[in-house]
Every structure is written in C-alpha cells, then in structure tokens.
Design a protein around this ligand. Sequence first.
Ligand SMILES: [Zn+2]
Length: 145
Amino acid sequence: MTEWAQPLCPRCLEPLPAGVDFCPKCQVSLTVKATTDPYQGLLSERFAYREAAENPQKAIVVIGMWLLWGPRLLIGTALEMGFVVASVGALFEILIEDELTIAAVLETVVVFALAAVCLGFGLLVSGKLLYKTTRNYFRRENRSG
Ligand SMILES: [Zn+2]
C-alpha cells in the first residue's frame, strides 16, 4: 500500500497500520470487533468513559456520567463506612471479651484492609471520573461563555 492510500484514524488522523482494532495513537475503537469482543469491549468502554471525563461536550454527558457512576460512589461510600464501623466494633468486642490474641486482631485488621482496598479503589475510580467530568464541563462552559 502506498503512503497516500493508507487509511487514517477518523478521530486523530494518525495513519493506521493494517488490521488494527484500535488507533495506536488515540485508542479510539475502529472495528465492530473492538466494541463487541468481551475484552476489547472493555477497552472501548474505558475509552468512552475517559473521553467523556476529559472532554465532555454536552450537559447530557455530565448527567449520564452522574447517573452511571453516582450510585456506585454513594453505595461504595456507604459500604466503606459500614466496614469501618464493623471493624472497630469487632476490635472492641475482642477487647471486651478479653480474647485479645494477635491472631484475632490480625484477622480483623486483614479483613478490614482487604475490604478497604477493594472499595477504596472503586471509590477512587468513580469519584475521579465524576470529578473530572464535572470540572472539565464547567471549565469548557466558562471558556466558551
Ligand atoms: Zn486516533
């Protein structure tokens, strides 16, 4: 294929090598397989969320992101608080019942730490996405208006 006949990315105009499902430069999905394949679909979804967060063009994008990620953020926060209360309660129970062994304390701390890491990661992702989407939308509004 000659240089002038090479296909270009519809988004960033980067010349595309043959047979790629995603643009090597901007990662936009280029084929049906890129959105329907289970693994590649995840990459496409990630791209769409990132695009929505970094460059929200319309208010409906911001509303959609809040509808999608807002409940995850709320439920995640509630669960995280529940785990903190349950862990503190479990530690007090150990102290009150005079069963203070290193194993009992370690078990409680490890269970709490695992739950906190998993939930904390989810909170970080949804919180960061919502924060970025909202901030970038209003920055854009201020620039144009
Ligand atoms: Zn591209």
